[in-house]
Design a binder for this molecule. Structure first.
Ligand SMILES: C[S@@+](CC[C@H](N)C(=O)[O-])C[C@H]1O[C@@H](n2cnc3c(N)ncnc32)[C@H](O)[C@@H]1O
Length: 267
């Protein structure tokens, strides 16, 4: 793994230690039965009863296990050992079976050999950690059964150009091979965590890059949707205005989230 990914992996190990006791993730609520899934993905993924589902970049598995509570047979994968260790412990604690695999997403076909799934799922805050989308989309296609589908709900790359004030453009829209290097403290879930300062490396991917990577991997696009709001419980919901007032007085809605569903055609 190269130095950027290794840096990010160690950051995610640290963030996992913060997140598992954060209000944002509300692990106790989850243990008591609360789902971590949003109405958007529940509606667009649909009924998962009896289906097999692979969750890419699953963090510590609350979404993965929430799908399992809805009747799916699930596997989750993430490159953070801390996250996967905690995901396995959560699965045991809540008596919901799941397979959790620790792997860089690009290496997952070797780490999770043999399995094919009805659904490959990933969501909110995943793509900016990936240097390249074509090999990622190839991994997605690799794990889909013929007739199965891929689903992603993700922060929109347009709004991801904005800095913390939600108004000033600070980051690129188009992909650059070299990542954006950021120094920050805390995490999105625990912004005031004392003593946690770090470097992170992020890559931008335009909406066209996402769509074309999925098409180049051989999947058939079912839909691409854009939404002018953020789901309630996800990142920075309260920090971002739903839109901006333009100098001419117009209320301009911004695309905060997109979702995409694509099918692997039956042979
Ligand atoms: C924002 S989180 C996932 C979001 C999920 N919706 C949640 O809140 O639980 C992003 C995840 O991607 C993982 N990740 C980042 N780069 C990765 C890579 N190259 N391979 C596998 N996992 C990666 C991180 O460890 C982290 O758990």
């Amino acid at each position: 793994m190269d130095e950027y990914l290794e840096n990010n992996r160690s950051l995610w190990n640290g963030w996992t230690r913060l997140h598992k006791r954060s209000r944002f993730y509300d692990v106790e609520g989850f243990k008591a039965g609360k789902s971590s899934l949003e109405p958007l993905e529940l509606e667009e993924v649909g009924d998962v009863e009896g289906k097999s589902l692979l969750h890419l970049q699953c963090h510590f598995g609350m979404d993965t296990l929430s799908w399992a509570r809805r009747g799916a047979r699930v596997a989750g994968a993430d490159f953070s050992e801390e996250a996967i260790t905690f995901a396995r412990a959560l699965s045991t604690d809540v008596h919901v079976p799941a397979e959790f695999v620790c792997s860089n997403v690009y290496d997952l076909p070797a780490a999770l050999a043999g399995g094919r799934f009805d659904i490959v799922y990933t969501s909110y805050g995943v793509l900016s950690w990936l240097p390249e989308l074509d090999p990622w989309a190839a991994v997605v296609a690799h794990f889909l059964k013929p007739g199965g589908f891929f689903y992603i709900a993700e922060y929109h790359p347009f709004v991801s150009m904005l800095g913390d004030d939600g108004r000033t453009f600070e980051y690129p829209y188009f992909h650059t091979p070299e990542p954006v290097k950021l120094h920050s403290t805390g995490s999105y879930a625990e912004p005031n965590a004392p003593g946690f300062s770090h470097t992170e490396y992020n890559w931008s991917h335009s909406l066209a890059d996402v769509v074309n990577a999925v098409i180049r991997a051989g999947l058939r696009l079912e839909f691409l949707r854009e939404f002018p709001y953020r789901p309630s419980t996800v990142l920075n919901a309260e920090k971002f205005e739903p839109g901006l007032v333009a100098p001419n007085g117009w209320q301009v809605e911004l695309p905060h989230v997109f979702s995409l569903r694509a099918t692997r055609e039956s042979a």
